[in-house]
Design a protein around this ligand. Sequence first.
Ligand code: DON
Length: 536
Amino acid sequence: MGMVTDSAMVVSAHPLATAVGVHVLQRGGNAVDAAVAVHWALAVVAPWAGNIGGGGLMVVRSADGTVHTLDFREMAPLAAHRDMYLDEHGQPISKLSLVGHKAVGVPGSVAGLFTAHDSLGRLPMAELIQPAIELAQSGFTLTALEAKELNAKLPGIRSVCTRPNPFTSKVQWHKGDTLRLPELASTLIRIRDGGVDGFYRGHTADLIVDEMRRGAGLLTHADLTSYQPVWREPVKGNYRDMEIITMGPPSSGGIVLIQALKAIEDMDLSRTGWQKAATVHRIVEAERRAFADRAKHLGDPDFVDIPSERLISKEYMAQRMSDFDCHRATPSSAIHAGDPLAESEHTTHFSIVDEEGNAVSCTTTLNASYGSGVVVGEGGFVLNNEMDDFSIAPSVPNRFGLVGSQANIIEPGKRMLSSMAPTIVTRQGQLFMVLGSPGGATIPTSVLQTVVNLADHGMSAKQAVAAPRFHHQWRPDTILMEANAITTEDSLALVKMGHTLMVRPPIGRVDAILVLPDGRLEAGADPRGDDAAAGY
Ligand code: DON
């Protein structure tokens, strides 16, 4: 069993961010206050994904059962256009949507944190941001994994940076080195003192726009001042005796998760067995169909009509599974969208429950590790490369191999389709799980397998997040699996059914909290990273 606490818990990708969150809870802050403080702290101590230059999604369930979901996803700059990453022959220009200034979407995180805090927080914002300011000033010690991540990104950052910055101040980083971010501290102080305007207007905005000018990027003052987070309707569905509460569009994560859960619900997975061929086959065929729908139907709900209710309905998924053959893989070429979509993990999820029973599930991202590699000159923070989550041309896969269509083409002011799935699960109206993951396309499947591990395979939270995972996303038509996720015998059985299997590095990095039958909280901090749980 993982760490167990009596009443409050924070699980995040970094022990210092977790400690900041627990401290806020101990001082009388609620789960939203803690989430805001953890997000600020992650922007410092987990700069590969924690951010102020990116965006995220937050699901909040108050102790009284009220649910709020906040979209602070980046959006396309006003000067963006459909073919901006294509050459004169209509071919994608290598890496243009991924590396450098043109890959950057309008950041949403700072506005998102203020919006969440204004509506649902309790402690003054200045108190919540202060620990991050101090961490940026004093610096923090890199773990082996963090040094490795940063070293891997150094050539990319060097190739696009227009000013000196702390990340490239060393030739190579080592475990135990101290990373200090004084310019980021100054930016955070401007935000502390100026609120949202401390980022979207004034000096910080000038620094961003100057950086864009030096690197031929698109972001302007008008992009920054027009950015607005949006409270969205949550997506909800049942799985067995549980209610899944998760993020709707512009993320595909929640819809894909619920579609796939609906498609496996009729099978008794505790009987077919954990990671046995029949179980894997069923989940893969469910994911194949859900991802095909993602590619066709999902995008920013402010720009496209999405038949969400229909997509997650039991009847629709029954119809989608009507050609399921329990002995044969259905080739992806035979699956089309219905009528009514090798990396380490470079986004970050955290889960929080406070002593009153309020819960926050939040996933935040720069997209790739260190995003576009662009560090805002004198601002000290990294900008995202979220633009790659748009469909840059029909059937051109993005960095996650995801293909899309009209629904996810680039339009000015539009949000790019996400796969993030911050999720809260209840049982008999009571809080049961808080969970989510990084991992791009593998996010909904990592969340799904964690739910299934807990609900169907009787695992503890610790076991459920640690258990090896597999993934299928319709295209490519391959089951990706972590080494040892599926036994040789079951792998051979799956190959006989017509599946192709491929081993890849870690899938997902799930940080979860499970409410035990006696009301205590069990942490599931993913051992794939430096993730840490703490509470009281
Ligand atoms: O929003 C999304 O789905 C992606 N930009 C998330 C990126 C991610 O999880 C990176 N980790 N591998």
